[in-house]
Design a protein around this ligand. Structure first.
Ligand SMILES: [Zn+2]
Ligand SMILES: [Zn+2]
Length: 142
């Protein structure tokens, strides 16, 4: 083994590269890549403990909180807006159906598509609310 560096943690393993922080030789098992730096397990542990590695913590924090909020926000929004969705959805359908046969109202020439789109959107709002409710109830019964 003369002239060949061995891993600080595994004397039987050949060293692959030195730690960027303490300079100890480490093998490929011990090589922990942090951004562009190669650290040994000890330095990574120290860095996490003393928060000397700002490139680890904010990134991890941001990703986890971003996924949490992205998963949570639509549910929170639905909890607060579903009564509004039922009201707007129902009134859209009612207004469309009431105005459908009235000459000179919304169903006329160019505006015909607006009534159809409005009806579809109203149905979509109600469908969204009922879909989410059936999802919640089916999850609860399981
Ligand atoms: Zn090190
Ligand atoms: Zn090693």
């Amino acid at each position: 083994m003369e002239g060949e560096a061995v891993c600080f943690f595994h004397p039987s393993n050949r060293a692959a590269l030195p730690c960027d922080s303490c300079g100890r030789f480490i093998c490929t098992i011990c090589d922990l890549k942090v951004g562009s730096r190669h650290l040994c397990p000890t330095c990574l542990g120290n860095g996490l403990g003393k928060q000397k590695l700002p490139e680890i913590i904010p990134r991890r924090f941001l990703w986890s909180s971003a996924s949490l909020w992205l998963g949570l926000l639509p549910l929170v929004a639905i909890i607060f807006t579903w009564p509004v969705l039922i009201m707007t959805g129902a009134s859209t359908i009612i207004i469309t159906l009431v105005g459908w046969n009235r000459p000179g109202s919304i169903v006329r020439g160019r505006r015909h598509w607006a009534a159809v789109v409005g009806l579809l959107l109203g149905l979509a709002q109600l469908g969204l609310v009922f879909g989410i409710f059936s999802l919640f109830t089916s999850m609860r019964t399981r």
